[in-house]
Design a protein around this ligand. Structure first.
Ligand SMILES: [Zn+2]
Ligand SMILES: [Zn+2]
Length: 264
């Protein structure tokens, strides 16, 4: 069994619950410790039952509650050395026995759940994406990246499930009220994936094995769930990939648990 559950998604906070029969981990903790515990309770689990917290990168929408959660539940926190360095004070109070390190590209194993990590181009220190593998099933979690590198494209091949960022609609970003430097940052090579970029990537990596796609980390300002979904589905269909019963495409909710993926 491999389960992924989006607890919250977007610049107001990110967290993803990943579980198998034997382990429960959390990827990112970008909400307050209290809200994370509440979200976990809503999906029928308990923060005290978590085995580990993994951090994708040091931005606040991914680490906001990490320190509080880790200390309260004595949870080991895994992050790259650059993430630890950059997260500074926010995670500074964590006792040494809860600090774990991995290198981007390293594979971690939690009671049989394999977690592959890979570097992503994003304006943070040592940011990573993840592939989870258990019992022949595999799913990816990749958000906060400016573009899909050839290496990431390879990592995403032949998966059962893909959670990918669809941050913004390019026109909404361009015409929106953000100042130009911020627009350039978001749309740049180390910013965030647009709907079109996510959709183009999906047309290259979806195989007959792929059953679930979740669009994540949508901008509140420069995107709409319906637009992300329409852009993706129409591009997939133009590429001859039918969506519907065989392949579900959903959009992760911003503030509450959504888009459970369960492979049995
Ligand atoms: Zn983010
Ligand atoms: Zn980020």
């Amino acid at each position: 069994m491999l389960e992924l559950y989006m607890l919250a998604s977007g610049s107001s906070g990110n967290a993803v619950y990943v579980a198998t029969e034997n382990t429960k981990i959390l990827i990112d903790a970008g909400l307050s410790g209290k809200r994370l515990a509440k979200a976990l309770a809503e999906i029928g689990t308990d923060a005290a039952a978590l085995d580990a917290l993994l951090l994708s990168h040091d931005h606040l929408d991914h680490i906001y509650g990490a320190g509080v959660l880790a200390k309260r539940y004595h949870l080991p926190v895994y992050a790259t050395q650059p993430t630890w360095n950059a997260a500074g004070k926010r995670l500074g109070g964590l006792p040494a026995d809860l600090r774990r390190f991995f290198a981007a590209g390293e594979k971690l194993v939690f009671a049989g759940l394999e977690v592959e990590t890979f570097p992503v181009p994003h304006d943070a220190a040592g940011p990573v994406g993840f592939i989870f593998r258990q019992g022949g099933r595999a799913a990816a979690l990749v958000t906060d990246l400016g573009y899909v590198t050839p290496y990431i494209m390879d990592c995403l091949q032949n998966l059962d499930g893909i959670v990918i960022e669809a941050n913004h609609d390019e026109e909404m970003l361009f015409n929106g009220r953000y100042p130009w430097p911020l627009k350039r940052r978001i749309g740049g090579k180390t910013g965030h994936l647009s709907n079109v970029m996510a959709a183009e990537c999906l047309t290259q990596v979806i195989s007959p094995k792929t059953k679930q796609v979740v669009l994540a980390h949508l901008s509140a300002e420069n995107n709409l769930p319906s637009l992300a979904l329409d852009t993706t589905c129409s591009r997939l269909e133009a590429a001859g990939i039918a969506t519907g019963k065989q392949l579900t495409v959903r959009v992760a909710a911003r503030h509450e648990p959504s888009c459970r993926i369960l492979f049995t």
